[in-house]
Design a protein around this ligand. Sequence first.
Ligand SMILES: [Ca+2]
Length: 181
Amino acid sequence: MVCVVLLAAGLASCATPSVRRDCTSGGYRLLTEVEWEYVARAGAPRDFIWPWGNDPAKGCGEANGFDQTTLAAYAGMDTSGYRIFDPFACNDGWLNTAPVGSLAPNKFGVFDMIGNVAEWIDGCYTSTHDDIDEHGDCTRRLYKGGSWGTLAHNTRIAERITGKPTHRDDSIGIRVARRLR
Ligand SMILES: [Ca+2]
């Protein structure tokens, strides 16, 4: 999916070893996991689970997740299959995706790092946060941040969710980056 999206948009993938980091099309590319976590944390202390602290209920000002709005829409849903079912105990006001800028930015001024749609990460899957992934598993890719339909614990900065590169649904998108100098 990453390659398909990037190529469809006229952007070369940075994720294959042969062209890794050799980005054309103005240098636009996906973020590495290390870069993504740096931007998502936005200067928050290392012991913060979310950018705003350790209480997910304080995140509805900047994160569109599975909140009380969503919970109300899905009232009566069967939650027995969830090992942890922890909707955000607050109200972000959005059932599904929200237009960019609908909620507050993080301390770096970046919108929607947590929630709204999860974001594909550059490179092949590795078992650590190391962004050197030439030896990674390229049948799996990471996406991070969680989405409008994601429970609180899966929107943690450190959370790592994997999917096949061909996977797509309405909860995953891309965020592009470009080196300025
Ligand atoms: Ca929501």
